[in-house]
Design a protein. Structure first.
Length: 276
């Protein structure tokens, strides 16, 4: 209770509608994933009659009528500012530099890449191995100047992209899916932005319907080695004499260090079911 004013201020900021919820909902819809959990928090946190409104009401209810209201408000503001500490959605977006990130990826790959390329392909008199060992940033510029990378255009037209994209590509597997997406968007640049403005917006209602249908449609669950822990846990629970014993058996799997595992998630569902 000593820090109640700070807690009230922190909660006041926390219950405001954050930008990242809108971004997450939009991107999940693009991927065909039901964003209902996130859109729900967009609606229930509204400042008119939602959680944000309740946060203001809590502040008003706790406001001192006899004590030092100025000091109370100072502490509330301190708690509100505490909610703003750390990286925000806007600061992460503003701090993201595609050129720097692509260069970082190439520099990481160059640690091994400088030893594995053939010498028959040269750029400005240097082999690929030499470029990777000496100056990755300039090498990227040379690839653009020589037409191997055509920026602000469809990446499919870039010769370098053809080397890394697709199962038959000569450099298949060198770059992770995340790294390929980064390189793709870096090459595409303005072209990608133009494609996003001309294509249709994602159909939120359709995605939600599809997501709910997928959630309610039973899917066959073939046995595999990955099911072994689940079967073992169910066998162990079946041998226990009563509900309390089963709940005690499940408790360790609910800990933060184990809850995320397949067994932990199953234990959570079973534990919840034991309350009914």
């Amino acid at each position: 209770e000593h820090f109640l004013p700070e807690v009230i201020g922190f909660n006041l900021g926390y219950e405001q509608l954050p930008l990242h919820l809108l971004i997450t909902s939009y991107e999940l819809t693009e991927l065909g994933i039901d964003p209902y959990y996130f859109t729900l928090h967009v609606t229930v946190d509204n400042a008119d009659n939602g959680h944000a409104r309740k946060a203001v009401q809590s502040l008003q209810a706790a406001w001192p009528q006899v004590g030092d209201s100025a000091e109370f408000y100072r502490r509330v503001r301190a708690g509100y500012r505490l909610n703003e500490l750390g990286a925000s959605t806007l600061s992460v977006i503003d701090g993201f530099d595609p050129d720097r990130e692509v260069r970082r990826v190439f520099e990481k790959k160059a640690a091994v890449g400088q030893f594995v390329h053939s010498d028959y392909c040269r750029f400005e008199g240097h082999t690929v191995n030499q470029w990777l060992a000496e100056d990755v940033e300039r090498f990227l510029n040379v690839l653009q100047q020589r037409g191997w990378i055509a920026r602000n255009q469809d990446p499919q037209g870039s010769r370098f992209w053809q080397l890394i994209s697709g199962e038959q590509a000569p450099m298949f597997g060198v770059f992770s899916a995340h790294e390929q997406q980064l390189i793709h968007d870096w090459i595409a640049g303005d072209w990608l932005a133009e494609q996003q403005t001309t294509r249709g917006k994602p159909n939120l209602r359709l995605a939600q319907r599809q997501g709910r249908q997928a959630a309610t449609t039973p899917r066959p669950q073939p046995d595999s080695d990955f099911d072994q822990e689940a079967r073992l846990l169910e066998q162990q629970l079946a041998q226990l004499p009563h509900r309390e014993a089963r709940m005690r058996h499940l408790l360790p799997l609910l800990s933060p260090t184990r809850h995320h595992s397949n067994a932990g998630l199953l234990a959570t569902r079973l534990f919840s079911g034991l309350f009914n």
